[in-house]
Design a protein around this ligand. Structure first.
Ligand code: PGA
Length: 258
């Protein structure tokens, strides 16, 4: 992390877990144990039907609510989809875009780019995900793959908007597997992502861009991951479903930075 130049963000990604009633109960518990300090931004990205319950429960807190997906179109015949305007009006601040689980369901780099542009246009903070498969890592093409994903995701973003984008590096082999990237592996790729942003948007913007690590980040390994200079926070799946674990990770973001 480097709190001097950029924001630290601890964001939960609930995926397809918890009902609206369970959301309410979770938030009540979380509020009871939330640390007082303001050393990082906090967000919970929840299933769309849980957004109203989350927003209501978190109204008097500093925790923001996010969605897990969005449609790039403004409105129309897209059964089952949600627009940026709907998410904003419902009280969302963030939206996860291009998660590998959605890419596996057919989301393309062009979709990721269109959604990112739409989110920025609407004033939502996009959390843009990238990450390599185990096969790609073992073939030694991680950097090339990540470069391509980032370049395509960030195409046509106006320079003045890039600082609003949060990038999440999530190696697919580490998601939900308990097999976390080592702090060195995660730092290496996050540093590389920053160098790609530097080439595209200049060094001041690269220095100000928040880059998260995600993939089995939990209450046991977060401190070391967050101690890396280019890892500005976490996108947390499993461990964000348990209030004590999520809070421990928030506390781990309170450490000296470079
Ligand atoms: P995990 O998920 O923490 O359960 O590995 C992270 C993510 O997919 O965002």
């Amino acid at each position: 992390m480097n709190r001097k130049y950029r924001k630290t963000l601890i964001a939960g990604n609930w995926k397809m877990n918890k009902t609206p009633s369970e959301t309410k109960a979770f938030m009540t518990e979380l509020k009871g144990i939330l640390p007082k300090g303001r050393w990082c931004d906090i967000a919970l990205c929840v299933p769309s039907v849980c957004i109203p319950a989350a927003v209501r429960a978190l109204r008097d807190t500093r925790i923001a609510v996010g969605a897990e997906n969005v449609n790039a179109n403004a409105s129309g015949a897209y059964t089952g989809e949600l627009s940026t305007a709907m998410l904003l009006d419902a009280g969302c601040k963030y939206v996860i875009i291009g998660h590998s689980e959605r890419r596996a369901m057919g989301e393309t780099d062009a979709d990721v780019n269109a959604k990112t542009l739409a989110a920025l246009q609407a004033g939502l903070v996009p959390i843009v995900c990238c990450g390599e498969s185990l096969e790609q890592r073992e073939s030694g093409i991680t950097e090339e793959w990540i470069t391509m994903q980032i370049k395509l995701a960030l195409a046509n973003i106006p320079e003045e908007k890039i600082r609003k984008v949060v990038i999440a590096y999530e190696p697919i082999w580490a998601i939900g597997t308990g097999r976390t990237a080592t702090p060195e592996q995660a730092e290496e790729v996050c540093q590389h992502i920053r160098s790609v942003v530097r080439k595209l948007f200049g060094s001041k913007n690269a220095r100000a861009t928040t880059i998260l690590y995600g993939g089995s980040m939990n209450e046991k390994n977060a401190y070391e991951l967050l101690a890396q200079p280019d890892i500005d926070g976490g996108l947390i799946g499993g461990a964000s479903l348990v209030p004590e674990k999520f809070v421990k990770i928030i506390e781990d973001a309170n450490q000296p930075t470079a």
